[in-house]
Write a protein that binds this ligand. Structure first.
Ligand SMILES: [Zn+2]
Length: 451
């Protein structure tokens, strides 16, 4: 065993001379995440038990809301008693956020920022995240590059709604980071362009990998299939945010010569399960991110499902102390097995669920990706839930749930928001409803196109 004396350690975490602390931290985090994933089941269980106990102690100390909710855990709180706790719904989490705001966090967790999401439920939520939790989320995705053996020196591309608008520019380029062995990353705000423009851009940039939503990918594959020149250098397509079907995997292989590597996540926790790097079958297993979240799969009586049996997913985030998320039900279903066929010792998810987002079809026939973010809704009215249903090529029904009647000025602001985010060519019927009806057993979606 090697031991390091005090005299050989640098002050702080900075590596001497050139490497900034944030990059050193990234290297350390990535290695630790991978070490835990590749470690023994005992090592993972011990890590999770300690992280869970710390989280619960913190939440009890600073939050009356959580103190009452976590009482059943006893003292000291033990992960083994997790199933004694009630399931956390999105509505309940929203109540905690509205009542208590951001929970105070230790100085080591850094600054706290506000985030918002509609998730797959169509219920807008404002929550809070500290720098530490944000770092852990980001570094799990970076560790995923290593897991999947990506050569980061090659150009990468990302199509999403996240980048700030970049009018007049086809993408935002993040410079290469040679200390990390990284080449350039081209990020593009996909909803700023048509499907065809995005497909043309992808072929022009011709990256080694691209991160994209399954719905946008499917639309671009239509373009390539109908004769548009496809990119030639792609080896991996990184998906996030909706269902990846076996058919989509097959089309991606056939039309792009690349394999899909899917990531399952939620905004409140970050990555929850990441596709096994050794499984590129049409129905792959997903390694649970044991260093970021604890997952349970339960039946309708909240009893644990047998391995391989599909049930409700309950998730607990280990690093999110500003807005804790414990036994959270976001409405998704999956099955879990205790280990992966590849030899990894941690649990894996199979039969991953369907998630949100559809393409709206414009009267011109072009399909368009639509996303109205929680913060956009909340900027115009105190919307609690929302759903858009396209009923004809020109007509979209917008159902909204609010605690009080929508004022005339807010109604106008909602229409203006929809014309901007969905399109000026549609007729919108805004209807305030007591609740948004979902057929029994159906998956709730916030954008549905029936044409
Ligand atoms: Zn595996």
């Amino acid at each position: 065993m090697i031991t390091y004396s005090e005299t050989t350690a640098s002050p702080g975490i900075d590596w001497p001379y050139q490497v900034p602390a944030a990059l050193v931290q990234r290297l350390v985090d990535v290695q630790a995440i991978l070490a835990l994933e590749n470690g023994t089941a005992d090592m993972q269980a011990e890590f999770q038990a300690r992280a869970f106990t710390d989280l619960v102690r913190h939440a009890r100390q600073v939050s009356p809301w959580w103190r009452a909710r976590l009482a059943a855990l006893g003292d000291p709180p033990e992960l083994a008693h997790l199933s004694r706790l009630p399931v956390l719904t999105r509505t309940e989490l929203r109540a905690q956020c509205e009542t208590e705001g951001a929970l105070p966090v230790p100085s080591s967790h850094g600054r706290v920022v506000e985030r918002s999401t509609s998730g797959s439920s169509g219920i807008p939520l404002r929550f809070h995240m500290a720098e530490f939790a944000n770092r852990m989320v980001g570094h799990h995705y970076l560790a995923d590059h290593v897991r999947h053996g990506r050569d980061l020196r090659m150009p990468r591309a990302a199509l999403s709604t996240r980048p700030a608008p970049h009018p007049g520019r086809e993408h935002i380029e993040s410079p290469a980071q040679p200390w990390m062995g990284d080449g350039p990353v081209y990020s593009r705000r996909m909803n700023q362009f048509t499907l065809r423009e995005n497909a043309q851009w992808l072929a022009r940039v011709n990256p080694a990998s691209v991160a994209v939503t399954p719905v946008m990918l499917d639309g671009m594959l239509d373009e390539f299939e109908s004769g548009l020149a496809a990119p030639t250098a792609l080896t991996q397509v990184l998906t996030l945010g909706d269902t990846v079907t076996p058919a989509l995997r097959e089309r991606t292989r056939r039309l792009l010569g690349a394999s899909i590597r899917d990531r399952y996540s939620c905004e409140e926790i970050g990555p929850i399960a990441l596709q096994c790097p050794h499984d590129t079958s049409d129905t792959p297993a997903y390694h649970v991110t044991v260093s970021n979240a604890i997952l349970e799969v339960v039946d309708e009586h909240l009893q644990p499902c047998a391995p391989g049996q599909t049930g409700r997913l309950l998730m607990t985030g280990l690093h999110h102390w500003a807005t804790p998320v414990i036994r959270y039900d976001i409405g998704d279903e999956a099955a879990m097995r205790p280990r992966c066929h590849c030899g990894a010792q941690g649990p894996v998810l199979t039969q991953l669920p369907g998630r949100r987002m559809f393409l709206i079809k414009a009267p011109s026939g072009e399909r368009r990706y639509v996303l109205v973010r929680a913060k956009d809704w909340l900027a115009v009215a105190p919307v609690r839930e929302h759903r858009m249903t396209q009923r004809t090529p020109e007509d979209i029904l917008v159902e909204l749930v609010l605690d009080r009647p929508l004022a005339a000025s807010e109604h106008e602001a909602v229409l203006s928001l929809l014309r901007t985010h969905v399109g000026p060519e549609f007729r919108f019927e805004v209807r305030q409803v007591a609740q948004i009806a979902v057929a029994a057993g159906a998956k709730r979606r916030d954008v549905i196109s029936l044409v």
